[in-house]
Design a protein around this ligand. Structure first.
Ligand code: ATP
Ligand code: MG
Length: 571
């Protein structure tokens, strides 16, 4: 199947039976490569929180290890002490665990390998394949040339191995200031691949490292450290995103300098996940957090794993999503509706249906006995009979949604209006007899209805049908709640699509968060704890927020019920 078709199948949410990486592995297994071992890793740099793109990569790497009875490592690529923080390490551990990707006892840090990397660097120097360059970074960068023009060799390129070794040792010993010297691989300044033009292996940085403290003042560069770390861990498939394709010859070159025997980890690139209506670069996500466009890394509008978790996404929904997206070889943008479709699919099976009224108006049932309370038995989840039933109290005064009533409704408005009848879900049919308008605001304040005592749901005589069914809660029993509704964080499908002189932040949606206070929810929700998920009848899926208290539950809307993705497919 060609990529184009594969992408289409992925977009359509179908799962190709074998993705291209699995095809590669299957081929290798047939040839007996790596003695049939499959060993993958996820190598985050602890300089930010993980996002849904990382989730894709984690699930891919872990999924391959599982599928081939192999192993999966978690390795922090902590080679840049100035940008990395323990907070990020902790959040990454939490997120990977939450996703269910089990690294068992294989949690590693590139910094664990600093000694080994250093020894190998000395060996490469003695082999005459690395040298210390005294030139400043700007000069080195200029000398690299352009893709069409070869670079210029450094005047320090032909130092003897002995001199290089001496200088390198002195670099390590702290004799030089930041930027005064670097160690470079001696490869080919005329290579058509810019990455092969004597790349830097070590730079001097007198910086405190979150794990190695002040032991080191030289730090290895990504390209040098990454492949060697894979090699140390016995990784067979080093899966990364497409921008590293041009680094692959260098990855191989570095490993070839030090490897013994047949084994060499193989780098394979796949298309990074891009989602519509959001940004995924760590730099931008950090900016949104630091400049308080959002309320922290776990703001439910963020594409971070912690944000999605707080929003109400489940690990299973992200797995469903990752499977539907598939593994592509060309960059593409996935419609965020597919992500929302995945959480609906999961929660439809799991979430209990409950009643909540977000913008309440009082309804008084004039012919209902004063003080009477009936317990209405209702199913927790019609999709799952094993979820059981519960009782919800019904009484003379209830709340319904403001927008379920109109004083002068059009004919097709199958909700409440003067003289019209609706069923209250799981209870009675009521008929609107009158209503009261607030003189000042002009808003409907109270609605007066009568009920039909013979219409109780599930009872003999309740066969009578009416067009509309409304959700409701009993006023005297309801709990007050806060509900947070979210819209897309950005107004444009591609937030980078901006007018000249502006940046992606100009596309931020000013109405992405709407906080509703004075919502009314059924009393059974008083025991709900952060992370619990529900379907609010007719309104969507909601999740208890961490800000929730016993006095005031707070709910985040994960997604509304309407599924634009399913509709698109159904057409
Ligand atoms: P940066 O390197 O700018 O800090 P990054 O997103 O590449 O950002 P890393 O921590 O290096 O962050 O990423 C860890 C792993 O996650 C890498 O293997 C990377 O290829 C993968 N990854 C990052 N972004 C995506 C994405 N959008 N889709 C799939 N995989 C991704
Ligand atoms: Mg990276």
């Amino acid at each position: 199947m060609n990529d184009h078709k594969a992408n289409h199948r992925e977009q359509a949410g179908e799962q190709a039976s074998v993705n291209f990486i699995e095809a590669i592995i299957n081929e290798e297994l047939k040839e007996g490569k790596n003695d049939g071992r499959v060993h993958t890793r996820f190598p985050p740099e602890p300089n930010g929180y993980l996002h849904i793109g990382h989730a894709k990569s984690i699930l891919l790497n872990f999924g391959l290890a599982q599928k081939y009875n192999g192993k999966f490592n978690l390795r922090f690529d902590d080679t840049n002490p100035t940008k990395e923080e323990q907070e990020y390490v902790d959040s990454i551990l939490e997120d990977v665990k939450w996703l269910g990707a089990d690294w068992e006892d294989r949690l590693f840090f590139t910094s664990d390998y600093f000694d080994r990397l250093y020894e190998w660097a000395e060996k490469i120097i003695l082999d005459g394949k690395a040298y210390v360059d005294d030139q400043p970074a700007e000069v080195i960068s200029e000398q690299r040339g352009t893709p069409t023009q070869p670079g210029t060799e450094s005047p320090f390129r032909n130092r003897t191995p002995e001199e290089n070794l001496d200088l390198f040792r002195r670099m390590k010993a702290g004799e030089f200031a930041d930027g005064e010297k670097v160690l470079r691989a001696k490869i080919d300044m005329a290579s058509p691949n810019m990455h092969m033009r004597d790349p830097v292996m070590y730079r001097i940085m007198h910086a405190h490292h979150h794990r190695t403290g002040d032991k080191w003042c030289i730090y290895p560069m990504y390209d040098w450290a990454h492949g060697e770390s894979d090699y140390i861990e016995g990784i067979t498939h080093s899966i990364c995103t497409l921008e590293f394709e041009v680094h692959r010859p260098l990855y191989d070159w570095f490993v070839d300098q030090i490897r013994e025997g047949e084994y060499r980890p193989r780098q394979i690139e796949f298309a990074r996940l891009n989602l519509s209506y959001t940004v995924m670069s760590k730099r931008k996500l950090l900016e949104l957090v630091k400049e308080e466009y959002v309320n922290g890394w776990d703001d439910p509008r963020m594409p971070t794993i912690s944000g999605l978790r707080r929003r109400g996404y489940t690990p299973e929904s992200l797995k469903l999503f990752a499977e539907k997206v598939g593994v592509a070889k060309r960059d593409n943008v996935i419609d965020v509706a597919l992500l929302e479709h995945s959480i609906r699919e999961d929660l439809n099976k799991k979430a209990h249906r409950v009643m909540a009224v977000l913008e309440p108006v009082r309804v008084i049932i004039t012919n209902y006995p004063e003080g009477q309370v009936e317990e209405m038995e209702t199913e927790n989840n019609p999709e799952d009979p094993s979820a059981g039933t519960r009782k919800i109290p019904f009484s003379k005064v209830i709340y319904i949604e403001k927008n379920d009533f109109m004083t002068d409704p059009p004919r097709k408005f199958f909700r409440l209006g003067p003289g019209r009848e609706v069923r209250l879900k799981g209870a009675y049919i009521i008929k609107c007899e009158d209503y009261k308008v607030n003189d000042e605001t002009g808003e409907v304040e109270e609605i007066y209805c009568t009920y039909d005592p013979d219409s109780r749901s599930g009872m003999e005589g309740s066969k009578r049908k009416v067009k509309g069914t409304l959700h409701w809660v009993s006023a005297q029993h309801a709990l007050d709640a806060e509900v947070r509704l979210f819209d897309r964080l950005f107004m444009k499908e591609d937030p980078e699509d901006v007018e000249e002189g502006k940046d992606y932040k100009s596309n931020l949606n000013p109405d992405s968060l709407k906080v509703l206070n004075g919502c009314k929810v059924e009393p059974g929700l008083k025991n709900a704890v952060a992370g619990d998920k529900y379907q609010f009848q007719r309104l969507g899926y909601f999740c208890v927020d961490k800000d929730s208290t016993a006095e005031k539950p707070v709910f985040n809307r994960t997604v509304p019920l309407r599924d634009s993705w399913a509709k698109m497919k159904g057409r």
